[in-house]
Write a protein that binds this ligand. Structure first.
Ligand code: GAL
Length: 410
C-alpha cells in the first residue's frame, strides 16, 4: 500500500509541477572537489528526472560564511528556491517566522516517517507537528584522518588512537611534517575541540555540558584534560598555514601533515584525489577512543514563494533528494551516510562501511548543532579562534571562559 501511495503521491506532486517547468535557484556551500562532485548528483537528478532546472547557487567559503548570506536573503525578501543548511536549529527562527515551505504533504506521500533513520533527523525539521526540511545525509564530526605516507616518512606506525598520535608528533616534526593539519576558519577549531571533548572528557561529561549545559562540569577536571590536550593540539597544528578545511585535508592527502580532525566530508577529498581508505589513509572514528558518530549533516529547506509553479518544483525536489537512487549517488560522493537504511551501499569504502556499522550499532550522539543555539555555537567558535591563534592564551583561562559560555547557553 505504501509503495502505491508513494507512487500516487509522487504522481500527484509530479503532475502538479509538470504543469509548468521552473528554474529553481539552490544555494549551498559545497565548493570543494568532493562536495562539488556530490552536489552535482543532486543537480543531475533534478534536471534529468523532472521538467525543472537546477540553478546552482554555490556560495564559496564555509558554512560560517554562507549561512548568514542565506538567512539574510530569506529574511530580506529575496528567497532562493531551496537551500542547504545543517541539521538542527539553524532554521528555527525562519520556521517560526513562517518563511519556509511546509513539506508535510511530501513527507506523508513519500513515507519519510518510516524512511528517515535516525528519526531525530526528521524531528529536527519538525515544528508543531509540521515538517519543514528534507534531511539528505548524516555527517559525523567524530573522525580523524591519518596519512600513511607522513607516518612512513617519520618511521612511525600509523596511530590507532589519540594518545598514540600525540606520542608520534615529535617524530613527525623531525621528519618535517605538520603533525595536525588545521585550517583557520573558526568552525574548524571549534569542531575539532568538540571531537576532543568526547574522546578525552568522555561521553557522560560531554552530555552533561553539551546537552544539559552543566557549567560545573565544563569547569571541572574532565574538561581541564580537554583544554590541556587542546593546547597541545594547538602547538601541533601551528604550522598548518591554510585557511579552508579542504586545504588542511590536502596536507594529509599529500603526506605533508600527519593527521586532521575533521568530519567525514573529508572523504570526498580523498576520493577525488584517488586515494584508497586503508591503503593510503586511515580513518579513526572517535579518535580511536569511542567508536561513535554524531548526527551532523545537511538538510534542504525551501523558502516560501508566491508562485505555484515554483512551489510545485520545490516539493518535487524535496521528494527526489530522499529517493533511493539519489541517496546512493549523492552520499557515495559526499562521504556521508544516507538518511535511509533500505539502500545498497556495498560500493562504500572501508571508512564509510565503518560509519555504517557504527550507525547500525546505535552508538550515535546528537550533533552540537542539535543541542546548542546558533548564538551559543558562535560564542564557542569565537573562544576557539582566540585560543587557537594565541599561544599565550592558557588552557585554564580558556576553560574558565568556556564554562561561562555554557552557564549562559541556550
Ligand atoms: C558542514 C556540512 C558538510 C560539509 C562541511 C564543510 O557544515 O554539513 O556537508 O560540507 O560543512 O563544508
Amino acid at each position: 500500500m505504501k509503495a502505491i501511495k508513494t507512487l500516487l503521491g509522487c504522481t500527484a506532486i509530479c503532475a502538479a509541477s509538470a504543469a509548468s517547468a521552473a528554474d529553481l535557484e539552490v544555494t549551498h556551500w559545497w565548493t570543494s572537489g568532493g562536495e562539488a562532485a556530490a552536489v552535482s548528483e543532486f543537480a543531475k537528478a533534478f534536471n534529468e528526472k523532472t521538467d525543472h532546472n537546477w540553478v546552482d547557487g554555490a556560495i564559496a567559503g564555509s558554512g560560517g560564511t554562507a549561512r548568514p548570506i542565506i538567512i539574510s536573503r530569506i529574511l530580506g525578501g529575496d528567497p532562493m528556491g531551496a537551500t542547504q543548511l545543517n541539521h538542527g536549529r539553524q532554521a528555527e527562527e525562519l520556521i517560526e517566522a513562517g518563511l519556509l515551505l511546509d513539506l508535510t504533504d511530501v513527507a506523508e506521500a513519500e513515507g519519510w516517517k518510516d524512511i528517515v533513520n535516525p528519526s531525530s533527523l526528521l524531528d529536527a525539521c519538525t515544528l508543531d507537528g509540521r515538517i519543514y526540511c528534507a534531511p539528505v545525509n548524516i555527517h559525523s564530526w567524530q573522525w580523524m584522518w591519518l596519512s600513511h605516507q607522513a607516518f612512513a616518512d617519520a618511521g612511525q606506525p600509523v596511530p590507532a588512537n589519540w594518545d598514540e598520535f600525540v606520542a608520534s608528533a615529535p617524530a613527525l616534526v623531525e621528519a618535517g611534517k605538520v603533525p595536525l593539519a588545521m585550517g583557520q576558519q573558526p568552525w574548524q577549531s571549534a569542531g575539532a575541540f568538540g571531537v576532543m571533548t568526547i574522546a578525552i572528557a568522555g561521553i557522560d561529561a560531554w552530555r552533561e555540558v553539551t546537552v544539559n549545559k552543566n557549567a560545573d562540569v565544563a569547569a571541572g577536571p574532565e574538561y581541564a584534560k580537554v583544554f590541556e590536550a587542546a593546547a597541545n593540539a594547538r602547538e601541533m597544528a601551528a604550522d598548518s598555514n591554510v585557511q579552508d578545511w579542504n586545504q588542511a585535508t590536502n596536507l594529509v592527502i599529500t603526506g605533508k601533515a600527519g593527521a586532521q580532525i575533521m568530519g567525514d566530508w573529508a572523504q570526498g577529498e580523498f576520493q577525488v584525489a584517488g586515494q584508497t581508505a586503508g591503503e593510503d589513509y586511515t580513518c579513526l572514528p572517535g579518535l580511536g577512543v569511542n567508536q561513535l558518530l554524531d548526527t551532523a549533516g545537511d538538510a534542504f529547506y525551501f523558502p516560501k514563494q508566491d508562485d505555484p509553479a515554483i512551489e510545485a518544483a520545490q516539493k518535487e525536489l524535496a521528494a527526489l533528494l530522499l529517493s533511493p537512487d539519489v541517496q546512493v549517488a549523492f552520499n557515495l560522493k559526499k562521504g556521508s551516510l544516507p538518511i535511509r537504511g533500505d539502500i545498497d551501499l556495498s560500493a562504500a569504502n572501508d571508512c564509510m562501511q565503518k560509519g555504517l556499522e557504527i550507525l547500525a550499532s546505535g552508538n550515535i550522539l546528537p550533533s552540537g548543532d542539535m543541542n546548542l543555539s546558533p548564538d551559543t555555537q558562535g560564542q564557542i567558535e569565537d573562544l576557539m579562534v582566540e585560543f587557537w591563534n594565541d599561544p599565550s592564551y592558557s588552557a585554564a583561562d580558556a576553560q574558565e571562559r568556556y564554562a561561562e559560555i555554557i552557564a549562559d547557553a541556550d
